[in-house]
Structure formats: structure tokens, C-alpha cells
Design a protein around this ligand. Structure first.
Ligand code: SF4
Length: 598
């Protein structure tokens, strides 16, 4: 994954005019026909975001956005509707004027995606067909370097005209301090033939591309490669990221786009890649299917840290009390079976919830890494959720975000007579972290008997907070500063800081649209704390919630040696304060590999 999380952005095509004539322009033939989004459509989109907090950033794109004189107004409007980041895609020429940069930045634009087609003015200007375009773009990037709070990133389209210069492009831009990411997009022609003769064979591109990636990484930059066979990238496979932000564009664009014929490969049926776009029709027509050069990826290796320490029979999951999860109801059993039947390693966690005189212990979480589901992982997870009767609205929301999720967590809890299912998507951590909050999880929760009781929950991670800052944030979440769990949470935070000062814990805040939930999650997996270390604060929280001492002790005595996982607390959607504890992570290796094609 790169510097940015694509799921947090929406890309809006606001303009289809350009004053360069790049040889590789992929929308050159459609520019006159594509209709940019109207002002009304833009207004509706930003209002939607203000209402539902769907995206953190907006990208203005299409062709050359700086040709729109009202660009600063658009940025201001986006900022005033809840967008924390405004990005433009640009050839960078107007940025050569520092005053213009200042105007855009003052209006709220803080991310600049600049096209650099080659490593020097001669080659770049020959590709853009406009003399001086390279010097202006470079000057623009250098101007941006002088502004606090701004980041830039570049894209270099890989064509016959540029591929040999990729490493030199990195060198030429090495002095830029705010350049956080470099993209390399392997050219696709938006048709099924390479009429402009710009496609280069993978074999020819590969050594230049790898050198460029290595040099960029050595400079501390993130890298994203688009449209290159994953199997050829070796150790740089992680840099392949074909995801994009959600794109809002004239629907007629998609006809041209699909004429590329992505996802073709003779090894497709046996290859374990989940992100490769294979070959385009135009590529295969020019260079053939390269069946000997491409080599299908196998089932992903399971790293050491998810290998079970000892083989664990799934049957053990059903034994009550001493084992991971006690599946005492049909619905619990359905969930455990559905996850176990995927045939991939997973972890289980137990949990209890303290709320208003009640101690609920019938709850657990099962977690798997999506990449181990070998066949069609997204469809497979959707299938599990359908089998668990996830309501249609939630399924639609899940379907939109599943592709970019890394881990999937399946949760169950019983509260009185009610049984709830929960599915959490966990997104990848960014390669580099600043202090901005990031959406790390989205959860879909529903009452098994009353599916109209459903909710989507968002979990934003607040990086780099000290223990004191976390306590201050937690204080604000409660409606009355009269104790609640505050004092006890404070002592847990101090304990975690003392125990493992090297490993910061992760703090998240939790919100749900349409209700008053304001809560936090405190992730203590790396704290090396066990439940017994938290005896006093947890007993204090139980007392605060009027849990009979004997009832709490009976539970606690059986789980003292378990490692702590994460804590959750604050004000729940019903307006009462609550405290949840997750603990006792165990790893499981099912015997059957039902999800595998082998
Ligand atoms: S074998 Fe084909 S599908 Fe698999 S990674 Fe290589 S190009 Fe992509």
C-alpha cells in the first residue's frame, strides 16, 4: 500500500480540457465527448459527504484542473463540507508561479499529483509537445516544497518514450522534500490495439522499473505500480497497487475503459494473485501471452506469526469454558462453521461486556487475513455474510469496501435474548504515518432476529498520541466527567506505557451515523499485559457498573493468565456507558482447505 489509502478518497472529474498533448494521453479521444460533473452534481456529492462522512479526501481530476479559474472556490467548498484533504491532478505548469501555489493552498488544496513524463526537459517536452513544460512542472514541485502541510506525488506513465528513463526520473526529483510517493503506471491504450506504438514488453521494462522503485524507496518514498504483472515484480510485489479512489465520471467513459480487456492471462485460473490485472488485449496482440515468462503465483505463504503454535482441532472450539469459543447456540455454531469452512488460518478472541448491572460473556471475535482465501476472496467473504443473513443494505456497504480490506473479523454477541452478528473490515496501515486520523475499520452489525436493527460503525485511528493525550480525548467522549471508567482507563494506559514503552498502543474513536455513540477502542495487543495485570482497574469498572463482586470474580479467576487484546468503552448508541474487554487470542489452523482449488 502506498502513502494514501484510496478508500478514503473520492475522485471527481470536474474538467475535460488540457493545454498539453501528451503522446500517452489515455482520454485524448474522449475528452471532447466526456461530460464533466456539473456544479449541481458536485454540490450533491459534497453535501452527501457532510451528512455521511464517507470520504476524508476529494480529488479533482479529468484533465488539467488548473485551467478552471474557480478551482480555489471548489476547494473551499469541499473543505467546508467535511473533506480534510483536497487533491488536484495536474501537469504542474501553473504551479511554476509561487503566488498561484499560495492561492490554491490557502483555498485548502494540500495534495498535488503531478505528471512527470521523463527525466529531462528534452524528453518530457517531446512527449507533452509543449516546450518548457518540464521546467515549469519541476519549478512547481520545488515551489510546493516550500509550503508547510502540503504533500506532492508524481506519476510517470511507462511507454516506449519513457521506460529507459524511469530511474533517472527518481534521481532528478531526489531533492524534493515533500514528494511522498512516486507512481509508475504502465501504459494502456483505452482500446484493443496499440495504435500509437507506445506499449513496451514487460521484459524490457522490468529492469528499469525495479531500479526506479528501489531508488525511490531508498529516498524514503512510497511507490505504487499500476498495470504490471505481479509475478514479475519479485520482492517489489508489494508496490503493485491497482486500486483507485472511487471515481465519479461520465458513464460513457467505462465503455472505452473496458475495451482494454484487463484481467487476461493464460495462468489466471491457477494463479493465486488477488490484485494482478493480467495482460490487456492490446498487449497480448503485440507481444503474445508470454506464458513462459509469466509464472502463476502459488497460495500465499503463511508467515510465522500467524502459524498456530500447535495444531488446534476445530472441534475444540465447541467445548465450553476452557477453550477459545463456546458455540452454545445455533447462530454461534453457524458463524464458527462458516469461518472454519474457509480453510484458512484464523484467530479467535474471547470477550466480556460490562454495562449497567450486566456482565455479558457470550461474545467472541474470529479474524482472518483475506489474502489466504485463495479463490475469489471478496466473493467468498460476501458469500459467508449472505449465509449469515446480513441485511441487503449492509451487504451493499460491505461490497463497496471489501476489495481494499486486508483483514476480516467476524463477531458474535448475545445480550439478553438478542443475538448480534458483526463483520469488521480492517484496512491496511499506511507505509508512513502522520498524525492525521485514519479510518482503520468499518463494521457492519445486525440483530439476527430483527434485521431492521442494523448499523454501520466506523473506527478512526488517531496515530502518535501520548498516553496523556489519549486520556484527554477519552474524557471528552463521556457526557459527565464524574468518574465512569476514566480513572481506571488512565491506570491501564499508564501500566501499558510502563510495561512496554517501545511499543505504542493504538487508539481509535468510534462513531455511528444517526445515533449518539461516542466511544473508543484501545488496542493493547503488543503491550505484553495479561488479564491479571488489570485486576484492580477492571474490578473498579465492574463496581462502577454495579456488577456483583462474586459474579465478576468467578469470571476473572478463570481468565487471569490470558493475554489482553483490546478494550472498548464510552457512551453506547443507547446513551449508556459501557466497557468491553477482548482477550485470549488463539490461533487456529483448520485441517480442511475448502477455499482452495487444490
Ligand atoms: S501469472 Fe498472470 S495473473 Fe498471475 S501474476 Fe502473473 S500475469 Fe498476473
Amino acid at each position: 500500500m502506498g502513502y494514501f489509502n484510496h478508500a478514503h478518497y473520492v475522485e471527481v472529474t470536474m474538467h475535460f480540457r488540457c493545454n498539453l498533448k501528451c503522446k500517452h494521453c489515455m482520454i485524448e479521444d474522449t475528452m471532447d465527448r466526456l461530460r464533466p460533473e456539473s456544479d449541481d452534481e458536485f454540490e450533491k456529492l459534497i453535501q452527501l459527504n457532510a451528512r455521511e462522512d464517507l470520504w476524508r479526501g476529494i480529488v479533482f481530476t479529468g484533465s488539467e484542473m488548473t485551467l478552471r479559474d474557480d478551482l480555489p472556490d471548489l476547494a473551499r467548498r469541499a473543505r467546508s463540507h467535511g473533506f480534510d484533504h483536497v487533491r488536484i491532478q495536474t501537469h504542474g505548469m501553473r504551479l511554476a508561479k509561487r503566488d498561484y501555489c499560495r492561492k490554491l493552498i490557502d483555498a485548502g488544496i494540500d495534495e498535488f499529483f503531478v505528471s512527470i513524463t521523463a527525466a529531462d526537459a528534452g524528453n518530457h517536452d517531446a512527449i507533452t509537445e509543449v516546450p518548457g513544460s518540464f521546467d515549469k512542472a519541476l519549478k512547481g514541485l520545488e515551489n510546493l516544497d516550500g509550503f508547510e502541510g502540503v504533500v506532492s506525488f508524481t506519476n510517470t506513465v511507462i511507454t516506449k518514450r519513457s521506460y529507459r528513463q524511469l530511474p533517472q526520473v527518481v534521481d532528478r526529483l531526489s531533492h524534493l522534500k515533500r514528494l511522498v510517493q512516486m507512481d509508475f503506471w504502465n501504459y494502456w491504450p483505452m482500446r484493443d490495439t496499440d495504435d500509437k506504438d507506445l506499449i513496451v514488453s514487460h521484459k524490457d521494462i522490468l529492469p528499469y522499473l525495479i531500479r526506479a522503485v528501489e531508488r525511490a524507496q531508498a529516498l524514503g518514498r512510497s511507490v505504487e505500480i499500476k498495470n504490471f504483472p505481479e509475478c514479475l515484480l519479485g520482492e517489489q510485489r508489494e508496490a503493485l497497487d491497482n486500486d483507485q479512489p472511487k471515481l465519479v465520471i461520465d458513464p460513457s467513459f467505462w465503455k472505452e475503459f473496458h475495451s482494454n480487456g484487463f484481467h487476461q492471462c493464460v495462468h489466471r485460473d491457477v494463479c493465486g494473485s488477488t490484485k494482478c490485472l493480467g495482460l490487456t488485449t492490446a498487449y497480448a496482440r503485440k507481444f503474445g501471452w508470454e506464458e513462459k515468462f509469466l509464472s502463476p503465483l502459488g497460495k500465499p505463504e503463511i508467515p510465522e506469526d500467524v502459524q498456530p503454535k500447535e495444531s488446534c482441532k476445530l472441534d475444540g472450539l465447541y467445548s465450553p469454558l476452557e477453550t477459545a469459543v463456546s458455540a452454545t447456540s445455533e447462530r454461534q455454531r453457524s458463524l464458527v462453521d462458516a469461518v472454519a469452512d474457509l480453510g484458512v488460518p484464523f484467530t479467535s478472541e474471547k470477550s466480556f461486556r460490562i454495562c449497567h448491572g450486566t456482565l455479558d460473556t457470550d461474545r467472541f471475535l474470529l479474524t482472518l487475513n483475506k489474502r489466504y482465501i485463495r479463490n475469489r476472496p471478496n466473493q467468498t467473504v460476501m458469500g459467508v455474510c449472505r449465509a449469515l443473513q446480513m441485511p441487503e443494505d449492509l451487504l451493499a456497504g460491505l461490497g463497496k469496501q471489501l476489495a481494499i480490506a486486508r483483514f476480516v473479523h467476524f463477531g458474535y454477541e448475545r445480550r439478553g435474548d438478542a443475538e448480534l452478528y458483526k463483520v469488521y473490515l480492517e484496512f491496511s496501515m499506511p507505509q508512513r504515518v502522520n498524525s492525521d486520523p485514519r479510518l482503520l475499520y468499518v463494521a457492519f452489525k445486525w440483530d439476527c432476529q430483527h434485521s431492521e436493527r442494523q448499523v454501520e460503525t466506523k473506527y478512526h485511528w488517531f496515530p502518535r498520541l501520548s498516553g496523556e493525550q489519549i486520556q484527554r480525548r477519552i474524557t471528552r467522549l463521556y457526557d459527565r466527567p464524574d468518574g465512569h471508567a476514566l480513572e481506571q482507563v488512565g491506570s491501564i494506559i499508564r501500566l501499558a506505557e510502563e510495561r512496554n514503552p517501545e511499543t505504542p498502543f493504538r487508539y481509535l474513536e468510534v462513531t455511528e451515523a444517526g445515533n449518539q455513540r461516542r466511544s473508543f477502542d484501545l488496542n493493547l495487543y503488543d503491550s505484553e499485559l495479561r488479564m491479571k495485570d488489570l485486576t484492580n482497574p477492571l474490578a473498579g469498572i465492574a463496581r462502577h457498573h454495579q456488577i456483583p463482586e462474586g459474579e465478576f470474580k468467578q469470571l476473572f479467576d478463570t481468565i487471569q493468565r490470558e493475554p489482553i487484546g483490546h478494550l472498548a468503552g464510552g457512551m453506547h448508541r443507547e446513551g449508556v456507558d459501557f466497557f468491553n474487554v477482548y482477550y485470549g487470542v488463539e490461533r487456529h489452523q483448520p485441517n480442511a482447505a475448502i477455499g482452495s482449488s487444490e
